[in-house]
Design a protein around this ligand. Structure first.
Ligand code: ADP
Ligand code: ADP
Ligand code: MG
Length: 666
């Protein structure tokens, strides 16, 4: 390897991921960081570090000047951009070139050829790669777009040609919806990409997103490393990815692989890239876009090909040939990756911020509880105590399970997710567990609408069965006993009074509450659940691991506990609930949200639609907020008159901040 020192122009899990490979290959690493990331894991892992500015990405991770200055200062020979941030910025790649620093990625020319979804589609048509039928011309007048929409027919998609990350995209079901959707897409595109050019595309029904990993070198070789099925999405963004796709047959896979290689060759592609296809129920496939970088979901490709894609990127960037030819690249087994996000599935998947009080998952660094081997690959950039802030992506980790076949990978995923704990903030962990145990997922029966459509059947909470409650109570009693043991005076008091009629309440995510009453001793007790007695014998096997006998039936369970949060693992199912003192006072209710609408997430006010004195109707837009990677319109819940507008455009607001005061109409 000709490279000795590289700078990583990114943060979080991807910066850590790149450094893992560098460490293995003996390449020195330079991390860059913003004010918000002073103590971040990626900074701790690096050989050298460079502070590049304030928390706002625009003035740090997205600053071409600052990143380049840091690279020069450190004497780095190359820059790895990761994904997001500057990774698809051809101007940055060009500036690196001019500064004599290797940009670990494609040439600026290939990036530019694929940067606009419209130009890329035109190019692909020429190269004989099938594209989604639609309109991707220069004439952007409303009349032209409306006429083209009629020609294409509904449903159709409007997409920002500069788009990415699901922004500036709308599905339109009828001509009547077209203009509003166009305005929305254009506004979002203008804000996010400073370019409101759009294209129109036929909406492929029951679509599956299947992409191919491609790789090129500077000697003219291009190969593909098979597909990744990324159909499970919310807000047009991937949540679960797997390979091989359960949907493809060998013939279609071969045709798509050839099309992907042709697409990459058409732009003389060098380094790692992804060709995204949208696939119809009839297995017809169409080019959607090319991502000219390493993809978030690359671990599943690594887990099934046994290759290190970052190592390949470094080899290619150093001018070497691809390590393998197409025929030598083989796939074994099955891998599934889930993206663990700080977000609230019950509230439209809004991003959540806050401190991660605890994050544990049975991955690489996992200390086995019951001698469990590593069952999953975990890519993360955070640890317990870190903050998910408004400034960056709310992803906590990528968790990848691998099996000899799909069924085994799903079993390991369920098992691993049951044993994953995140405390301190709301995450999509219940959603991920719900999908992993869903019958349609097991059968490979899904399309991109699956999560939205099946949300109710996915987000079911495992019931509070007596075994789960008994395990949590046994753990609670053991803790009380240990505390009491520390003080002989308390021990007596506890023994004589505490356990006779100890009362607890268990409440799960659905708000179901059960009242518990416990009598006996920590190893043999009677657990009364809502008036029904259960005889329990409990023996601790390892800390947190119990051998239980409930009403004559034995089982082994694990209890993970954070404060009053209990996670009891029975088989590969996690039963989560809060175990509390039923006599504690209830928290006060929030202010009346109907007359004082609150911001649902932290973010920036991008538009204010009302002023004091305006009359509003339920559903009327009041303000548009932008936070992390999405836009959200706050709407009136009641009819009334606006009394006060509490925030102006460009104000930064926290979650649950009052935005507008409305005097309801009597
Ligand atoms: P796509 O959805 O276009 O196929 P990926 O999902 O592979 O692409 O990756 C896009 C990723 O870029 C996002 O998921 C996100 O993690 C990253 N990204 C985009 N914007 C930001 C940002 N402001 N901060 C951090 N990461 C970002
Ligand atoms: P981005 O650059 O934001 O990743 P894409 O063009 O890749 O945008 O589209 C993102 C997602 O939107 C796809 O993964 C798919 O779920 C959906 N999508 C895009 N185009 C179509 C289409 N023509 N028909 C149906 N779904 C589509
Ligand atoms: Mg995409």
């Amino acid at each position: 390897m000709k490279l000795h020192k590289i700078l990583i122009a990114n943060r979080g899990e991807i910066a850590c991921r790149i450094m893992h490979t560098c460490k293995r290959l003996g390449i020195a690493t330079v991390a860059v960081y913003s004010d918000a990331d002073r103590h971040a894991l990626h900074v701790q892992m690096a050989d050298e570090t460079a502070h590049i500015g304030p928390a706002q990405a625009g003035e740090s991770y997205l600053s071409v000047e600052r990143v380049l200055a840091a690279a020069k200062q450190a004497g780095a020979e190359a820059i790895h951009p990761g994904y997001g941030f500057l990774s698809e910025n051809s101007e940055f790649a060009r500036r690196c070139e001019q500064a004599g620093i290797v940009f670990i990625g494609p040439s600026p020319e290939s990036m530019e050829a694929m940067a606009s979804k419209s130009a890329a589609k035109a190019l692909m048509e020429k190269a004989g790669v099938p594209v989604v039928p639609g309109y991707h011309g220069d004439n952007q007048s409303l009349r032209k777009l409306e006429a083209e929409a009629k020609r294409i027919g509904f449903p159709l998609m409007i997409k920002a040609t500069a788009g990415g990350g699901g922004k500036g995209m709308r599905v339109v079901h009828s001509a009547g919806e077209f203009k509003d959707a166009l305005d929305g897409a254009k506004r979002e595109a203008k804000g996010a990409f400073d370019d409101d050019t759009v294209l129109l595309e036929k909406y492929i029904r029951q679509p599956r997103h299947i992409e191919f990993q491609v790789f090129g070198d500077s000697h003219g070789n291009v190969v593909h490393l098979f597909e990744r099925e990324c159909t499970l999405q919310r807000r047009f963004q991937k949540v679960i990815e797997e390979t091989p796709s359960p949907f493809l047959d060998d013939a279609t896979r071969r045709k798509m692989g050839e099309a992907a290689v042709a697409a990459a060759k058409a732009v003389n592609y060098v380094n790692a890239g992804t060709i995204e296809f949208i696939v119809g129920a009839d297995k017809s496939f169409h080019f959607m876009e090319m991502n000219t970088r390493l993809q978030v979901e690359h671990p599943i490709t690594e887990e099934t090909t046994g290759l290190d894609l970052v190592e390949w990127q470094l080899c290619v960037a150093a001018g070497e040939k691809l390590p393998l030819t197409q025929n030598e690249i083989k796939q074994h087994g099955h891998a599934i990756e889930v993206r663990l996000y700080a977000e609230n599935a019950d509230k439209g998947f809004l991003p959540v911020t806050g401190r991660i009080e605890a994050f544990e998952t049975p991955g690489d660094d996992f200390v086995p509880r019951q001698g469990l081997p590593k069952i999953m690959r975990v890519d993360t950039g955070v640890r317990s105590g870190d903050e998910i802030s408004i400034f960056y992506d709310p992803m906590i980790a990528k968790i990848t399970a691998r099996g000899k076949d799909r069924a085994e990978a799903i079993r390991k995923l369920r098992n691993g997710l049951a044993r994953t704990v995140v405390a301190g903030l709301v995450t999509n962990l219940p959603l991920l567990r719900g999908i992993a145990r869903h019958a349609d997922f097991a059968a490979g029966r899904f399309d991109t609408g699956f999560i939205d459509r099946e949300l109710k059947t996915i987000l079911t909470h495992p019931p509070l069965i007596p075994q789960a409650l008994a395990a949590a109570v046994a753990q609670e009693l053991a803790i009380l006993e240990a505390k009491a043991a520390g003080s002989p005076w308390k021990a007596d008091g506890w023994r004589s009074a505490g356990i006779n009629g100890l009362r607890l309440a268990a409440r799960n995510g659905e708000g179901n509450e059960q009242l518990l009453r416990v009598s006996g001793d920590p190893r043999t007790f009677v657990l009364n659940v809502d008036g029904k007695d259960h005889e329990v014998r409990a023996r601790v096997m390892h800390p947190g691991c119990w051998y239980l006998n409930v009403n004559g039936e034995s089982c082994t369970v694990e209890v993970l506990r954070h404060g009053d949060l209990m996670q009891v693992i029975i088989g590969d199912e996690a039963v989560s609930f809060r175990l509390t003192n039923p006599f504690a006072p209830k928290p006060r209710r929030a202010a009346d949200a109907a007359t004082h609408p609150l911001s649902p997430m932290p973010g920036r006010v991008v538009m204010v639609h009302v002023k004091p004195g305006d009359t509003v109707q339920p559903g009327q837009a009041l303000m548009v907020l932008e936070g992390m990677k999405m836009e959200y319109t706050v709407k009136a819940a009641v009819a009334g008159v606006v009394e006060k507008v509490l925030h102006a455009e460009n104000d930064m607001v926290d979650a649950d901040t009052p935005l507008v005061d409305i005097k309801p109409r009597e």
